[in-house]
Design a protein around this ligand. Structure first.
Ligand SMILES: [Zn+2]
Length: 283
């Protein structure tokens, strides 16, 4: 499932090729992509408008169009955005859900095998802010994500730290891969209640989240199942995982065998020595 670094990778590729162009048309081939809105309604709202900016917020893409119209796209499980030059054939037709045609003839294809990906149109900045305000917390690579901000978010909470990191309403964009990598870097067990972490541990976790996400972006994302960037290339972060998917292999720091457990309902990888289990509390 694409997380923040994968979405950021695609955004960085698409932005220079989309910004300043006119969106000639949006063809929705699968009505589920934009439901409950009608495909024709969505197409009419964006057609012929200049693309002012392409941004990312959490795991969402935002195509900002003139007159304060926003096309908000989420890849969910298996969605990809592929850029196809005017002269080139379109790959992956079978799973094509939507097609954006630019005025230079280039196309951006939304391809999605499992069909959970979405596209919606929001009219006006307040609508956009409301939409994200209800869904997304602090942006982990933005200026508001500080050790103090993390401490405030964590304060008094009993949720296991891994579940906390995966909650998009608190920190936007962190998913299973980057939560595992960050907890390993910070030497924190995923089942530790987040409100019990001490100040230095929260500071370490803050830094580890940022470093892990930036490492993912540097590697142009992780390709485990079918993530491809906007040019159809695979990411390479899966070759640099410290613990994620490394069950049975030695810890890069201490050599102890990496174990797999379940946390927040997800397969979770830890070094049992570097990330000691929380002690049971006595009653
Ligand atoms: Zn270790």
């Amino acid at each position: 499932m694409p997380e923040l670094p994968e979405v950021e990778t695609i955004k960085r590729q698409l932005a220079p090729r989309m910004e300043g162009r006119v969106l000639e048309s949006l063809e929705v081939l699968d009505p589920r992509w934009c439901e409950p809105a009608h495909p024709g309604e969505v197409a009419d709202a964006v057609r012929g408008r200049r693309i002012e900016a392409v941004r990312r917020r959490g795991k969402y893409f935002v195509v900002e169009l003139e007159d304060d119209v926003h096309l908000v796209v989420h890849l969910r499980m298996t969605g990809n955005l592929l850029l196809v030059a005017e002269a080139d054939d379109e790959p992956g037709r079978r799973h094509l859900r939507a097609r954006l045609v630019l005025d230079d003839g280039n196309r951006v294809l939304f391809v999605d095998q499992r069909r959970f990906g979405t596209g919606i149109v929001l009219l006006g900045t307040p609508a956009l802010e409301d939409y994200f305000g209800a869904r997304l917390g602090v942006e982990p690579l933005g200026p508001d994500f500080t050790p103090e901000a993390l401490r405030e978010l964590a304060s008094g909470r009993r949720a296991p730290v891994k579940a906390f990191l995966l909650t998009q309403e608190r920190i936007a964009g962190v998913g299973n891969i980057y939560a595992d990598e960050a907890l390993f870097r910070a030497r924190i067990h995923p089942l530790r209640p987040v409100g019990t972490l001490k100040r230095p541990q929260l500071a370490a976790l803050h830094d580890a989240v940022v470093v892990s996400l930036e490492a993912g972006i540097d590697a142009r994302g992780a390709t485990i199942d079918d993530f491809r960037d906007a040019d159809g290339a695979r990411g390479s972060f899966q070759d640099r995982f410290l613990v994620h998917l490394r069950e049975g292999e030695p810890c890069v720091r201490c050599g102890t065998t990496i174990r797999k457990l379940r946390a927040a309902g997800r397969g979770t990888y830890v070094c049992p020595k570097c990330q000691p289990r929380p002690r049971k509390r006595r009653v």
